[in-house]
Ligand binder design. Structure first.
Ligand SMILES: [Zn+2]
Ligand SMILES: [Zn+2]
Length: 371
């Protein structure tokens, strides 16, 4: 009998997940079957689960989740190495991208893989239903980037590598962060905490983190934030802008990073950018949710908006090296505050709903542990 495994299928916005059993695929010659160790619940997964955009309904019927790590379960006949040419064998721990730039488009030809319009479909549909993080297996399609995870990194540390950590690393590079800059981070969730540490390691002189959840503000400090702005204290956008200005010599940040994922944060964030600085937009993934901005602030302020989604391949090994280098400096393993079994995935999402009044302090970030 064929080998099978379980996975959480998304039933649609507001409907949660159902555990179903699927056949573990025999990999194509260039594909890899991965046994997932842990799948993280990212802010994007919460947007989809809630249905913050009606278009997310199209994702129903698929295995959900994109942030994960695992071990090589079965290698395709032609796969001998990881994406850096290092020997790869069954049982090796790996970090891998969850998207597949097509290699056959204008952007891919310019080496701008993160901007590939086809990157979620790659070179066609997967041969397997195991196409998300919340399953016992993940099928890495031919051409997918895969990198060995060093022994020094735990699974909890490796799980956010393919989303949160690589995303903010690539974003801060795209924003042109330079040595000595001041960085403001709107939102100290999974992406925000990683952004703080990465900004410091890229040479930021000061990092200011903004959030309203006490546990996140405390973690922000441990991740290197020099100052925190508590939105329960600075309750209006004007208060927060004034506070950021006061902390930056009246200027605002060189780079302001949006990782809250709500459109209302955008106008506020642009006003926190210094004249000539950059607003880095990462969090608002929900199609059709708009924000009102005053474009004259960009013109008269010579400000730039840089949007990013996903990243270029070399960011994953950079992120893994960063973890090895800084594992004793920042509490990488503490970002995930709660773990759940795959069977309890609906509870995991209910408990992660930070937008619901009163629950915000409960779970900072949850992850599903497969084994
Ligand atoms: Zn994510
Ligand atoms: Zn492409």
């Amino acid at each position: 009998m064929a080998e099978t495994g379980r996975a959480a299928v998304f039933l649609g916005p507001g409907k949660g997940y159902e555990i179903q059993e699927f056949e573990v695929p025999v990999p194509e010659p260039d594909g890899i079957v991965i046994k997932v160790s842990m799948g993280g619940i990212c802010g994007s997964d919460l947007h989809i689960w809630r249905g913050d955009s009606p278009l997310f309904a199209a994702m129903a019927g698929n295995v959900a989740g994109h942030e994960m790590t695992g071990r090589v379960h079965r290698l395709g006949a032609k796969v001998k190495t990881d994406s850096l040419g290092r020997p790869l064998k069954e049982g090796d721990r790996v970090a891998y991208a969850y998207f597949y730039p097509c290699g056959r488009c204008y952007q891919c030809n310019k080496g701008e893989f993160a901007a590939c319009p086809q990157k979620l479909l790659g070179m066609g549909p997967s041969i397997s239903k195991f196409s998300g993080a919340y399953g016992e297996y993940y099928y890495l399609k031919p051409g997918g980037w895969v990198f060995k995870v060093p022994d020094a990194i735990t699974d909890a540390m490796a799980t956010p590598v393919n989303c949160a950590l690589s995303q903010v690393t690539y974003g801060l590079q795209a924003a042109g962060l330079r040595y000595g800059d001041t960085v403001v981070v709107q939102g100290a969730g999974g992406l925000g905490l990683n952004a703080i540490a990465v900004a410091k390691e890229m040479g930021a002189d000061a990092v200011i983190a903004i959030d309203g959840v006490p546990g996140r503000l405390a973690l922000a400090k441990r991740f290197g934030a020099d100052e925190v702005v508590d939105i329960t204290q600075q309750a209006t956008p004007m208060d927060r802008i004034a506070k950021v200005k006061a902390l930056t010599g009246g200027r605002g940040g060189d780079v302001v990073v949006e990782v809250v994922g709500i459109p209302q944060a955008v106008s506020e964030g642009i006003q926190m950018v210094r004249e000539g600085g950059t607003y880095l937009e990462i969090g608002n993934i929900s199609f059709g949710r708009t924000a009102e901005i005053d474009p004259s602030q960009l013109v008269w302020g010579s400000k730039r908006i840089q949007g990013v989604v996903m990243y270029n391949p070399w960011v994953i090994p950079e992120a893994l090296d960063f973890l090895v280098r800084t594992k004793d400096k920042y509490p990488h393993g503490d970002v995930v505050s709660h773990t759940f079994r795959l069977d309890d995935i609906n509870d995991a999402f209910q408990n992660s709903e930070w937008l619901r009044e009163g629950d915000a302090t409960k779970v900072n970030r949850a992850a599903i542990v497969m084994a």
